[in-house]
Design a protein around this ligand. Structure first.
Ligand code: SF4
Length: 229
């Protein structure tokens, strides 16, 4: 079979760094940022719709990561976006990477337009070393059972919080008894001030929420604190 004929992916960037957020903060990872996204969140700090990108086959990307990227592919890979699950080349990319690395982490907004029942069936057939971080970005959620179901491949949930409270997720209560860690992460409005100054009001808000929801945890963006990519 010609693997180059099985779809392409739109890539904004790839690089090695440490994971700055959530369950795996501090773990060295290879990051692959894909272009597609079904949303245009006003608080988006990556703005994939504005970003330039390259089109590659998954096979070419894997060879590029192995042979041309300084450091090669690390044992843990994070595929982020944008919304990676919209990219038609993703399943083949996962298949190729799954033989080479220990874990593949996929960050998704898992909105109803993305996590359809068809996709749900497909994901169940994906490799066992694939895990998901879900960061809900739409209020039309109503998917509390989604997280409690047999979704052992969801490693953590990341909820963005601004100085006025959680953004676009509906009810915080929906996540209380899920089967994975729940992180509250301050929204970064961007700008030239140090990261911790930019997010301090949101962090205060999170601290007040945590008094009511001790099941949840604060997640800061460690890579920004350390001025890493
Ligand atoms: S889902 Fe994520 S990448 Fe897409 S617009 Fe929203 S914040 Fe940005």
């Amino acid at each position: 079979m010609d693997l180059n004929s099985l779809g392409t992916i739109k890539i904004i960037e790839y690089f090695n760094s440490i994971q700055g957020e959530g369950e795996f903060a501090g773990l060295p990872m290879t990051f692959i940022r894909l272009k597609e996204c079904n949303l245009r969140c006003p608080f988006c700090d990556t703005r994939p719709w504005d970003a330039s990108f390259a089109i590659m086959t998954p096979l070419t990307l894997v060879h590029t990561l192995q042979d041309l990227m300084p450091g090669g592919i690390l044992p843990h890979v994070c595929i982020t976006g944008g919304e990676p699950l919209l990219d038609p080349g993703l399943p083949l990319l996962i298949d190729l990477l799954a033989d080479l690395v220990d874990t593949i982490h996929i960050e998704t907004n898992a909105s109803p337009q993305v996590w359809t029942s068809k996709l749900d069936e497909k994901v169940r057939g994906w490799r066992p070393n694939v895990q998901f971080t879900v960061s809900p970005k739409t209020p039309k959620w109503g998917m509390a059972d989604f997280y409690r179901g047999p979704y052992e491949f969801i490693s953590d949930i990341k909820i963005l919080v601004g100085e006025d409270g959680p953004l676009n997720i509906g009810r915080l209560d929906d996540f209380i008894d899920v089967n994975c860690s729940v992180y509250l992460q301050p929204v970064d409005p961007g700008g030239t001030e140090p990261y911790i100054d930019r997010v301090k009001d949101a962090v205060f808000k999170i601290c007040s929420i945590l008094k009511e929801y001790p099941e949840y945890q604060l997640s800061l963006q460690l890579h920004k604190l350390l001025n890493l990519r």
